[in-house]
Design a protein around this ligand. Structure first.
Ligand code: C2E
Ligand code: CA
Ligand code: CA
Ligand code: CA
Length: 279
């Protein structure tokens, strides 16, 4: 038994060493991905429920790995956060999304809001304000067209500091949204003080609508609270006509999800908007 114990320990150590090696390699690859520009952005439409019109897009980062192919954000954003590489990735995302919004305008498309995800780590870094300011000035995008999506948990980590950062960002003229809303624990009293314009109801609450009565109740509560606080609300992850109809009935004015449109290339977004203009 003793011997087996030792073997197990040895195997455990080998596992740890292997895991550490894999991690180092992943970090190395992530670093290279930044240098070699293996990232690109896709854009998912945000619509007004009433009219079905696209009012904005959310930029979503994509990693095309030379051998592994498409690596989903869920598989590399956490490591990027942990290592701080998210700061340079995030900076690139900001600059690219702002430049794209301007490029669409130059193609003659009507002005859209472009929403960009800001990770908890980015939000904590002092350089965020300068990075946003640089993305705006380099692209020439007018600030009110940029919306930064902050997660509830990133804000609640340290409310006074978060408030300071949010107000500074608002000072640039950009808008703020709270992403994955409902999964964290922001108190109503805190919400009142946040300079945000929009809440994004997390997909987990939308998924089982209209079947799940609890999710309907939670969504209704978020909608009524937001209305009282004068906040706009968008439902994330809308996949079916039933969900969209129910949300509309509940007074939800904005939606995003595979039903409405998958994340797509800049060209595909342009074609869709061109189509809307023609019809
Ligand atoms: P998120 O910010 O909540 O983004 C929405 C995610 O839900 C996207 O996944 C999108 O493709 C997916 N989605 C949209 N509609 C539907 C739907 O109807 N059904 C389902 N099942 N999924 C839907 P994606 O692109 O894989 O991104 C996952 C997460 O990775 C994002 O969640 C965000 O937290 C993070 N992420 C993506 N791009 C960036 C980025 O540029 N910067 C940072 N910091 N994080 C990013
Ligand atoms: Ca988001
Ligand atoms: Ca979200
Ligand atoms: Ca989410």
């Amino acid at each position: 038994a003793k011997r087996r114990g030792r073997n197990t320990l040895l195997l455990f150590r080998q596992d740890m060493a292997l895991a550490a090696q894999t991690k180092l390699r992943n970090i190395e690859e992530l670093r290279r991905a930044i240098d070699e520009q293996q990232f690109h952005l896709e854009y998912q439409p945000l619509i007004s429920v009433e009219t079905g019109r696209v009012f904005g897009v959310e930029a979503l980062v994509r990693w095309n790995h030379p051998t592994r192919g498409r690596v989903p954000p869920a598989d590399f954003i956490p490591l990027a956060e942990e290592t701080g590489l998210i700061v340079s990735i995030g900076d690139w995302v900001l600059r690219t999304a702002c430049a794209q919004a301007v490029a669409w305008g130059e193609e003659g498309l009507r002005p859209l809001t472009v929403a960009v995800n800001v990770s908890a780590r980015q939000f904590r870094e002092k350089g965020l304000h300068a990075s946003v300011a640089a993305a705006l000035s380099k692209s020439g995008l007018s600030p009110e067209r940029l919306e930064l999506e902050l997660t509830e948990s990133a804000i609640m980590e340290d409310v006074p500091t978060a408030l300071f950062t949010m107000n500074a960002l608002r000072g640039l003229g950009v808008h703020l949204a709270i992403d994955d809303f409902g999964t964290g624990y922001s108190s109503l009293s805190a919400l009142k003080h946040f300079p945000v314009r929009r809440l994004k109801i997390d997909r987990s609450f939308i998924r089982d609508i209209p079947r799940d009565q609890d999710d309907i109740a939670i969504t209704a509560a978020i909608l009524s609270m937001a209305q009282k606080l004068n906040l706009q609300v968008i439902a994330e992850g809308v996949e079916t006509e039933e969900q969209l109809a129910m949300l509309k009935e509940m007074g939800c004015k904005e939606a995003q999800g595979f039903l409405i449109g998958r994340p797509a290339s800049p060209q595909a977004v342009a074609e869709r908007l061109q189509g809307e203009a023609d019809s």
